[in-house]
Design a protein around this ligand. Structure first.
Ligand code: ADP
Ligand code: MG
Length: 365
């Protein structure tokens, strides 16, 4: 059993792709989990994922399959992470934010708005003995520096790890959120801040990773116990390869750093999927800020979902293939201790004492 849900999403052809290649696409529908991909040499490869979203799929389908179960678990103190991966222009931000988090188009709303609604619906429908407090933080990782999107002056946040709380971001702002409207307004401020910071530094959002973090604390008035679930949504930097020729100066440095952090993510996934004969004993979380921040999400008491965003056009087939391969590898991450504990034990999971790394690694290998 795999604890990571991997889905692929193909956006509609863009007008440029249509101009260049007409209606040609590099994929052929088989069913809701499988499709055939035609590479540049017209060779056919079959891919299967937990779900495939084709061009006509709706945002709500993506939410239901990818995020809803994770949101429900986060309300029960099981950490969760939802990641969008793919080349620039493939639909990562559209899937995450929709046309904008404050956009009220009910059909086009992205994962963020739906996650917010999901959290507050669950808290409302829970019994009276549970009291919830929801906090939101937003950071951006650019050139291996972590920047607080609620306070741009905090532009080099340090990551630390504690025995009781796992991975922590030192001094990061946490906004308390009381209702969905407040959550969406706060998110939109963070997103606007991202744009401001990027204009000041002259960078494009596709060159940085953005991490949205919800912390859901539940206090039981009955037994006075408090439990915390963390839910991360991660809009990754574009995964495209930058031409070796042509890129220079900062563009080249950016590309190298992005490649480094995305390869680090790939390496962590590989290490987690390796059997005892492989290099599975050491999981190289420390190789990048991204993998360090996601450490608890990828290997610990956590559920993870990966959305591989792709263009359907033959123009982009080589980038699409590498995105699909990344997803196919991630699918093989082995069951984590959380899965071994199964849902029946969720209430007994000691969320303030994440499983020790050594025992966790032993379980994973
Ligand atoms: P990325 O964040 O991966 O760089 P975007 O999410 O910004 O890419 O998407 C690029 C363009 O494609 C945007 O104009 C976006 O509105 C459009 N787009 C992406 N996915 C979809 C989709 N599923 N349906 C309609 N338009 C989409
Ligand atoms: Mg984007």
């Amino acid at each position: 059993m795999s604890n990571i849900t991997v889905c692929a999403r193909f956006r509609p052809l863009s007008s440029k792709e249509r101009r260049d290649h007409g209606d040609a696409v590099c994929i052929q529908y088989v069913d809701s989990e499988t499709f055939i991909f035609k590479d540049e040499k017209a060779e056919e490869l079959t891919f299967s994922f937990d779900r495939v979203f084709y061009d006509k799929s709706e945002q709500i389908d993506v939410y239901r399959h990818l995020a809803q179960p994770i949101v429900r678990d986060a309300l029960n103190a099981v950490n969760g992470t939802i990641i969008t991966f793919g080349q620039t222009g493939a639909g990562k931000t559209y899937s995450m934010e929709g046309p904008g988090v404050l956009e009220c188009d009910a059909v086009k709303k992205g994962l963020l708005s739906r996650v917010v609604e999901g959290i507050f619906e669950c808290t409302k429908s829970s019994d009276e003995t549970s009291k919830y407090s929801i906090k939101l933080s937003m950071v951006e990782i650019y050139m291996e520096k972590v920047r607080d999107l609620f306070d741009l002056s905090r532009d080099n946040i340090q990551i630390k790890e504690t025995k009781t709380q796992g991975i922590m971001l030192n001094g990061m702002m946490e906004m308390t959120i009381k209702d969905p409207q407040e959550a969406l307004l706060t998110l939109s401020k963070g997103i606007a801040n991202r744009a401001v910071g990027e204009t000041q530094m002259n960078i494009a959002s596709s060159r940085s990773h953005c991490v949205y973090m919800f912390t859901i604390q539940q206090e039981s008035t009955k037994d006075k116990r408090a439990r915390t679930g963390k839910l991360n949504l991660v809009d990754l930097a574009g995964s495209e390869k930058v031409e070796k020729t042509g890129a220079e100066g900062r563009v080249l440095e950016e590309a190298k750093t992005i490649n480094k952090s995305l390869s680090a993510l790939g390496n962590v996934i590989n290490a987690l999927t390796c059997g005892p004969m492989g290099r599975g004993n050491h999981i190289p979380y420390r190789d990048s800020k991204l993998t360090r921040i996601l450490q608890d999400a990828l290997g610990g008491n956590s559920r993870t979902a990966l959305l591989c965003c792709c263009s359907p056009s033959p123009t982009n087939s080589s980038e699409t293939l590498s995105t699909l391969r990344f997803g196919a590898r991630a699918k093989h991450i082995k069951a984590s201790p959380r899965v071994a504990n199964e849902d029946r034990c969720i209430r007994e999971l000691e969320v303030f004492t994440p499983i020790k790394r050594e025992s966790r690694d032993k379980l994973l290998n």
